[in-house]
Design a protein around this ligand. Structure first.
Ligand SMILES: Cc1cc2nc3c(=O)[nH]c(=O)nc-3n(C[C@H](O)[C@H](O)[C@H](O)COP(=O)(O)OP(=O)(O)OC[C@H]3O[C@@H](n4cnc5c(N)ncnc54)[C@H](O)[C@@H]3O)c2cc1C
Length: 445
């Protein structure tokens, strides 16, 4: 269940063996989420980072795809209840991922822009471009400043990468498109509750990241804890109020809240507590992988990143094959290859094994790894062309404001702007924001 990194890699591993694998997703594509921030920053088209699942599975004899939304799971009867169909199973791999975590900050689930799905990426791009259009005919300086202030909450890798990409979009193409706007009225501010960005990286790399972002025009505020988000401002715990129409939330993620509804045992962060073999306790036929799985190594939960999901997807598939052959499943062990974060043109930081580097070499490694990991030759080519165009001409290829088609079941217009994920509305009820253990999103793939 889920054609993200965990589910897709599991299906591919199973498809090479004589079992029947059915991959189910509510979308007909696999999204390469590590580059979603570039869709939001108008650097890439959505289709550059998505690939149809049916095309991926076309050449695999034992794997099929079903477009369906999983609604319930009957663990005792071994049946998945999805939209308009029931899917019986012998073994089940759950890989439905995660949702944004707002830590109960009032207004955040309602007014902040999460960045987790393709729709959210496109919605955010529309909104940012719309802010410039509104500012262009806004008579009051205060109104223009509010429209042109972009607050990003969370200085983890996603927040850093988005802040850098947004600053480059604004200082390059957008200010050229809007010559009447005063660059001094534009502000990109990155808010991080902890000390240094991205948290968790060595001090030298954090200092480089912060310095580089500042030189790109990003206002970096560390130890800045968000207390409330309103339609027109973000309030910090120290009393600072930043008037803005755009608060982008990259501060944390939590397991897909459906898991709890489906009767699975979950930890405080919504992830499913699984055995070291990735099986659900008392259900040896059910595996959970990727962002949805809570697996500890060295006393700490594994991070919610793509390499963990990929390795767990393959490990779950192998364990199922062992069970089919009558052998015992093996415990999962994560092979951590390191962390990379892109900051902007010619600038990245990387921590690979004992090697730490920054600047141009790290940026080249980051580019190469992401091109290599993208699925499909066409997508790789399109991304390379877009990046080359941007690099050579300081120009973004796409800056369209595309209306999003609301799903038939969606809520009234006011809600559609940023619909809270299931279970997130409850977070509105208060509670102090705190840095999430899952905030950082290392880019090593
Ligand atoms: C903006 C952003 C940047 C990131 N950057 C990096 C990075 O640089 N490096 C890195 O390693 N990681 C990064 N990550 C994290 C990485 O993308 C996740 O760890 C990884 O995608 C988890 O894989 P998964 O298979 O568990 O879930 P996902 O890839 O999220 O896939 C879940 C799938 O399940 C489907 N689904 C969910 N619910 C249902 C349902 N009820 N019915 C049917 N289908 C359903 C979804 O449509 C989706 O296709 C980033 C994430 C984001 C959002």
């Amino acid at each position: 269940m889920g054609a993200g990194f965990g589910g897709l890699w599991a299906a591919r591993a199973l498809a090479q063996t004589p079992v029947d694998a059915l991959l189910v997703d509510r979308n007909n594509y696999h999204a390469f989420l590590p580059l979603l921030y570039q869709v939001a920053a108008a650097e890439l088209e959505p289709e550059d980072i998505a690939y149809p699942v049916r095309s991926i599975l076309r050449t695999l004899r034992h794997a099929r795809f079903a477009l369906a939304d999983v609604e319930a799971i009957d663990l005792a009867g071994r049946v998945v209840k999805a939209t308009e169909r029931s899917i019986p199973y012998d073994f089940l791999i759950l890989a439905t991922g995660s949702v944004s975590h707002f830590f109960g900050v009032p207004g955040a689930a309602r007014y902040a822009f999460p960045l987790k799905t393709m729709e959210q990426g496109i919605g955010l791009r529309n909104h940012i471009l719309g802010c410039f259009e509104r500012a262009a005919h806004e008579p009051s300086a205060e109104g223009r400043r509010r429209a042109l202030t972009f607050a990003i909450v969370g200085g983890g890798p996603t927040g850093v990468e988005f802040a850098g990409a947004l600053a480059e979009l604004i200082r390059g193409p957008l200010l050229r498109d809007f010559p009447g706007l005063d660059p001094r009225e534009v502000c990109v501010v990155l808010l991080e509750a902890r000390e240094g960005i991205p948290p968790g990286l060595p001090e030298g790399l954090r200092a480089y990241t912060e310095g580089r972002l500042r030189r790109m025009g990003v206002e970096v505020r560390v130890r800045a804890v968000v207390a409330e988000v309103t339609p027109h401002a973000v309030h910090l715990r120290d009393g600072t109020v930043i008037p803005t129409e755009t608060v982008v939330w990259t501060a944390g993620v939590r397991g897909d809240p459906s898991a709890r509804v489906w009767g699975l045992p979950t930890a405080a962060d919504g992830r499913v507590k699984v055995l070291p073999t990735l099986q659900v306790p008392n259900h040896p036929e059910v595996y959970v992988v990727g962002d949805l799985a809570c697996v500890e190594e060295g006393g700490r939960p594994l991070p919610m990143v793509a390499p963990v999901a990929i390795q767990q997807g393959v490990a779950a598939a192998r364990n199922i094959l062992r069970q089919v052959r009558g052998a015992d499943p093996q415990p999962f062990r994560y092979r951590d290859r390191g962390t990379m974060v892109a900051i902007g043109r010619n600038a990245a930081v990387a921590c690979l094994g004992r090697r730490r580097f920054s600047g141009f070499p790290a940026w080249i490694v980051w580019l190469s790894v992401h091109i290599f990991k993208l699925i499909g030759f066409r997508n790789r080519l399109l991304v390379m062309i877009n990046w080359a165009w941007d690099y050579l001409f300081y120009e973004r290829a796409v800056r369209l404001i595309l209306p999003l088609q609301a799903r038939p079941s969606s809520q009234p217009a006011a809600e559609v702007r940023h619909p809270p994920a299931p279970g997130q509305a409850a977070e509105e009820s208060g509670g102090a924001p705190k840095p999430g253990p899952d905030g950082p999103k290392p880019s090593a793939l």
